[in-house]
Design a binder for this molecule. Structure first.
Ligand SMILES: [Zn+2]
Length: 139
């Protein structure tokens, strides 16, 4: 049975309220940032793949991740916040269209934000999760 991705809009709203973090000028720079994450101990402890390929979408302008080892990012998405959103999908992978923005995704995104962007940004996100009523859990 296919479940609705009922939290998607709330997640986008909460995410948009925090800072973008670092922004990058080129795809190789984004790849380098992602490599730094995927080689790290926390990423591997969370079960992430050793290497995640970053590509640009061929057609539409959306950022997406429908596999466990690849993310697709148009130029507007070359910032830490959106990259961490897509990486959280890889760590909470479910077949595409199967409620990808559920409570475990929201929790993993929160962990990645705290790890890469710091506690202040993480606390802001927790606050916005509360205001917008985003469900999340961390293991
Ligand atoms: Zn998403």
């Amino acid at each position: 049975m296919k479940r609705r991705d009922s939290q998607a809009n709330k997640i986008y709203r909460a995410g948009n309220l925090i800072a973008d973090g670092f922004t990058f000028d080129s795809l190789p720079q984004v790849q380098e940032y992602v490599n730094g994450i995927t080689k790290s101990n926390p990423w591997q402890a969370w079960g992430g793949q050793n290497r995640v390929l970053v590509t640009e979408p061929k057609q539409d302008g959306f950022a997406s991740s429908c596999r466990t080892n690849r993310i697709s990012l148009p130029q507007w998405a070359w910032n830490e916040r959106v990259i961490l959103h897509e990486l959280a999908h890889l760590l909470t992978y479910k077949p595409c269209n199967h409620a990808p923005h559920d409570a475990s995704f929201a929790g993993k995104f929160l962990q990645l934000i705290g790890w890469q962007m710091g506690t202040t940004v993480q606390l802001k996100l927790i606050k916005y999760y509360g205001v917008i009523k985003v469900k999340y859990h961390t293991e």
